[in-house]
Ligand binder design. Structure first.
Ligand SMILES: O=C(O)CCC(=O)C1=CC=C[C@@H](O)[C@@H]1C(=O)O
Ligand SMILES: [Mg+2]
Length: 344
């Protein structure tokens, strides 16, 4: 099947308020939307939302790669995709998978796996700083039906984070699944102190307690932590998947950001290898737009395990978030059953 049109548009997402994390503060997001039209008039949509702090290419390099590759796809739909530009590769692959699943007449998640689940659980992202504010965020999310809550930690004193964590636990009760994300902001001693101090808090898991390349420290923390350790930023490093999957057990969970991993298929392949090695995996957004989150939701439904909620509850962070079928309802995204991704 031929691609008869290949278009590229800028996408800028203004955030309602800057999102502060231990690895930086996000005030806006800059990316691109790709649309591929085939000779039977189907439209395949893809999004590139670079996350340079996590190791993707810059928006400028992403745009250059997309403008170079779109004509290639018009020459051949099966053209090889850029290997050194993960965000650009994500957009081109996503648009192509949208077309392929439409032609097959199945939702993208079913195209990815015949055992795909119909819905995915989503965690609420708690970004506020003050304990009272994060308690209110958690209370509101619990009232909306969320069962999993993700709290950004590190980058502030242990006492401040402890007050925030206790406020969240107080708001969601003992049954709430509370996960923390340090974004690599602790040293190994700081991570040990925090995880020891919070041993009684029933943490679901801890994302990236120490810097991305500190694989040995991750392994030592995993051996003594009161909860599973999840690798997020580490996965962007060359050879990281091999190191985390083939080497001595370092973490128990992989955080899959399709935007950082270069697409839905590389992320799915990593999840399947992780499952073979006894590791869990879940999908999170790269603080991206609706199209990227749609693809990520289909991927989450197709993962071998749905044990952990996906980090796809970020729409409220953006000023002009449109209404769309991938907005979580009562903490879940029910995948559209239409062929393809289901984004218009
Ligand atoms: O996981 C979520 O709930 C939302 C996504 C999210 O937290 C992140 C997206 C992109 C960069 C980071 O700040 C952060 C993460 O580290 O997981
Ligand atoms: Mg993370």
């Amino acid at each position: 099947m031929r691609i008869v049109e290949a278009s590229l548009e800028r996408l800028r997402l203004e955030m309602v308020r800057p999102l502060r994390t231990a690895s930086g503060t996000y005030a806006a997001r800059e990316g691109f939307v790709v649309c591929l039209v085939d000779e039977e008039g189907r439209r395949g949509w893809g999004e590139a939302m670079p996350l340079t702090e996590f190791g993707t290419e810059s928006p400028e390099d992403c745009e250059r790669a997309l403008r170079a590759w779109l004509p290639e796809l018009k020459r051949s739909e099966d053209a090889a995709l850029p290997e050194r530009h993960p965000a650009a590769r994500h957009a081109l692959e996503q648009a192509r998978l949208d077309l392929l699943s439409q032609r097959r007449g199945v939702p993208l998640c079913q195209w990815l796996s015949s055992e795909a689940r119909e819905a995915v659980h989503v965690n609420a992202l708690l970004g506020a700083s003050a304990p009272e504010a994060v308690e209110e965020e958690a209370r509101r999310a619990a009232a909306e039906g969320y069962e999993t809550f993700k709290l950004k930690v590190a980058g502030r004193s242990l006492d401040e984070d402890t007050a925030r964590l206790l406020a969240v636990r107080g708001a969601v009760g003992a049954r709430g699944h509370v996960r923390i994300d340090a974004n690599g902001g602790w040293t190994e001693p700081e991570a040990s102190r925090a995880l020891d101090a919070w041993a009684g808090q029933g943490l679901e898991l801890c994302e990236q307690p120490v810097e991305a390349g500190a694989f040995e420290a991750l392994g030592r923390l995993s051996a003594r932590a009161p909860c599973p350790i999840a690798a997020d930023e580490s996965l962007a490093l060359p050879g990281a998947a091999q190191r985390l999957l083939a080497g001595p057990r370092t973490v128990g969970v992989l955080v899959l950001k399709p935007m950082v991993l270069g697409g839905l298929l590389p992320a799915l392949a990593l999840a399947r290898e992780a499952a073979r090695q006894g590791l869990e995996a879940y999908v999170t957004s790269a603080l991206d737009g609706v199209i990227a989150r749609a693809g990520a939701a289909h991927l989450a439904a197709a993962l071998p395990s749905g044990r952990y909620a996906s980090g796809l509850g970020v729409g409220h962070l953006f000023r002009d978030e449109p209404d769309h079928p991938f907005r979580p309802v009562r903490g879940r995204i029910v995948l559209p059953r239409t062929p393809g991704q289901g984004v218009a």
